[in-house]
Design a protein around this ligand. Structure first.
Ligand code: HEC
Length: 224
């Protein structure tokens, strides 16, 4: 009797376990990607800026077994191509569910634009479009603060620089960005000059983006 009960438990355990793993994974040949999304340009910065702070999901700390600093590491855990519902990473940033901790911890969550990009990237197969984002619409003449600079800072920087007490300080709002522009660190850091901290860590802004920022700074770093 006891033995058969044990078998019953074991059998139930096996069935439950196999069911929870039987989720849809988009087959390779259907992973076409979304032509408007380039991983390096649109998705990686979201991870770098919001997840790879020291003590979080960088290579050293890799909290929870997640290292979120490049494509192959990101794909190791928590992203299921073609299936957002089964993607733990999506669940943690976009859904308020009981079984997964909400991310990022103690920081503003991803904004709607970022969530939309992430969702479309996973649903279209979570592919690595390579480093050639040459279809990028980046206009070196787009150098107003509101249209050119603020979106770069939003995407690439404020996941980390989200409060005055963050390492390197806050980059939220014009005054903080202007401050970094005026003291030379903004350009020194994003153009990876020696003697500066490379920003964002582990990612290189495109030449066009660096040009946008340089032009904005040399035109007076105005709040325009
Ligand atoms: C993954 C987190 C992270 C991201 C993303 C990030 N930073 Fe930083 N930043 C830091 C840390 C940590 C420091 C403190 C210096 C250090 O340890 O390298 C810092 C320092 C700085 C400083 C002051 C450092 C200095 O040179 O004295 C500036 C300016 C800066 N960052 C600008 C930026 C800009 C601009 C971006 C976006 C284009 C950016 N950061 C993105 C983590 C980040």
């Amino acid at each position: 009797m006891l033995v058969s009960l044990l078998f019953l438990f074991w059998g139930t355990f096996v069935i439950i376990n196999s069911c929870t793993h039987a989720y849809y994974v988009m087959p390779d040949n259907l992973r076409k990607g979304d032509p408007t999304i380039c991983f390096e340009r649109d998705i990686l910065p979201i991870f770098i800026s919001n997840c790879t702070q020291s003590n979080c999901h960088n290579a050293v700390a890799h909290k929870g077994g997640y290292t979120l600093d490049n494509y192959s590491n990101i794909m190791k855990k928590g992203i299921v191509p073609g299936n957002i519902a089964a993607s733990k990473i999506w669940e943690s940033v976009a859904m308020n569910t009981w079984d997964v901790e909400n991310m990022p911890i103690d920081a503003p969550g991803l904004n709607n634009t970022q969530l939309d990009l992430l969702r479309r990237w996973i649903q279209s197969g979570a592919i690595d479009s390579g480093s050639d984002c040459s279809n990028t619409i980046c206009d070196t003449n787009l150098i107003t603060y509101a249209a050119g600079i603020a979106p770069i800072v939003q995407t690439y920087c404020i996941g980390c620089h989200n409060s005055a007490s963050a390492p390197g300080g806050s980059l939220i709002g014009y005054n903080n960005v202007q401050n970094a522009a005026v003291n030379g660190k903004l350009i020194g850091d994003i153009s990876q000059q020696s003697g500066y901290h490379q920003m964002p860590p582990g990612i290189t802004l495109s030449a066009c983006q660096v040009t946008q920022v340089k032009k904005w700074v040399s035109a007076g770093a105005l709040n325009n």
